[in-house]
Design a protein around this ligand. Sequence first.
Ligand code: AMP
Length: 281
Amino acid sequence: MNVIKSVKEMQAFSEASRSQGQKIAFVPTMGYLHHGHARLMQEGRKLGDVLIVSIFVNPTQFGAGEDFEKYPRDWDRDAQLCASAGVDVIFAPTAEEIYPHGYQTSITVSQVTQNLCGVSRPTHFQGVAMVVAKLFNCTKPHVALFGEKDFQQLVVIQRMVKDLNMDIQIIGVPTVREQDGLAMSSRNTYLSADERMSALSLSRGLSRARELFQQGERSALVLIATVRQIIEKEKCAAVEYVQVCDIETLQDIDVISQPAVMALAVKIGKARLIDNIVLKE
Ligand code: AMP
């Protein structure tokens, strides 16, 4: 497994792979890797001859007062996980490599970024779109994999790739959960034992909503109220949003007559957790 830190070297590696006719699969991450990331790598391994994983905690997707400085990092563990997942290259650039002096370009995906997490994190998806576009230009993938856990992010990237005619196939990978239902996240490390118990209310709420949906409930209001009730029983949980949206436009819907995503964000202690399920016939 190679570790590449410079943009030029990464581009040269990818160019050489492409000229040998190899298909490049790419998994962008912010490190502190877990089984959710590993699943993306497994899928990538199947789809590409060369598997590149980036580890870069991107400063521009964190807002003021968010957890950029405190975001967990563990290089040795990450490198080990990548090696055992069969990764060929870890691309681990510095912020100076990615954001050169005088940098002044941005990418705005204007509509699907407005709702859900975009309300409380108004600059987040601009940071995400930009860094992903830059990482694509460094690693030159044929296919890139993203988790459905960050559903809005996946929609934003799909939109950007389409709008900018990027010749890259985007694959969404279902959310990987702990045995008790908690969606895996690097930020779960912020949770105390008690908070972790409370955090189970997120997946419990979503499972209950899915059950009701399967029994024929189509009112978003009813499903949202059910989920809120389950989560709000937990003293340390502060619900930021629970919403039901169209899976492409991410606009709120009242009656679920088309495929929908039920998405939520909840603050538990210091951790802001997100989760979602897709509701469709
Ligand atoms: P992050 O390191 O949190 O930026 O995540 C990197 C990629 O892994 C993103 O595409 C995430 O959606 C994906 N990911 C994170 N957690 C999970 C999970 N529990 N299941 C599936 N994919 C995940």
